[in-house]
Design a protein around this ligand. Structure first.
Ligand SMILES: [Zn+2]
Length: 138
């Protein structure tokens, strides 16, 4: 699939995710629940319940951060810079973008930044933005 085509699909994902998160932050969980069900299929009845649990007040802040990250990603799509690492300017591999559609750095820059922030190598901060990075071997 051409990269441009893949980015178009990622944009659709981002738009839908953005809408669901926005509504969840506003107190309407139905759309996020729908997305969640799409992902898990109809196998797990418990999944819908877990979404409810997931969306406790402590996570609203996390969701707001994700919303901001998605906003930024959509902005970069509009500008035509989406998919390029904001630090080194190299294209971010599609495997990484598929795992984290709002990733703004390639894995190398991300790791370098993490090491800089935390030279001891102990991960202390919330990994919500990059919790799929281990699937990205590039
Ligand atoms: Zn980079």
């Amino acid at each position: 699939m051409p990269r441009q085509e893949a980015i178009k699909q990622l944009k659709e994902q981002l738009v839908r995710r953005h809408e669901a998160l926005q509504r969840a932050v506003d107190g309407d969980l139905s759309l996020l629940r729908e997305l969640h069900q799409e992902k898990t299929g109809d196998v797990l009845d418990a999944a819908a319940d877990s979404v409810q649990d997931e969306l406790n007040s402590q996570l609203v802040e996390v969701e707001s951060r994700e919303l901001t990250a998605i906003d930024d990603a959509l902005e970069r799509i509009a500008e035509g810079t989406y998919g390029d690492c904001v630090t080194c300017g190299k294209p971010i591999p599609l495997t990484r973008l598929r795992a984290i559609p709002y990733a703004e750095e390639c894995i190398n820059c991300r790791r370098a930044a993490e090491e800089k922030m935390n030279p001891s190598g102990v991960v202390k901060w919330n990994r919500v933005f990059d919790n799929n990075s281990e699937v990205d071997s590039v």
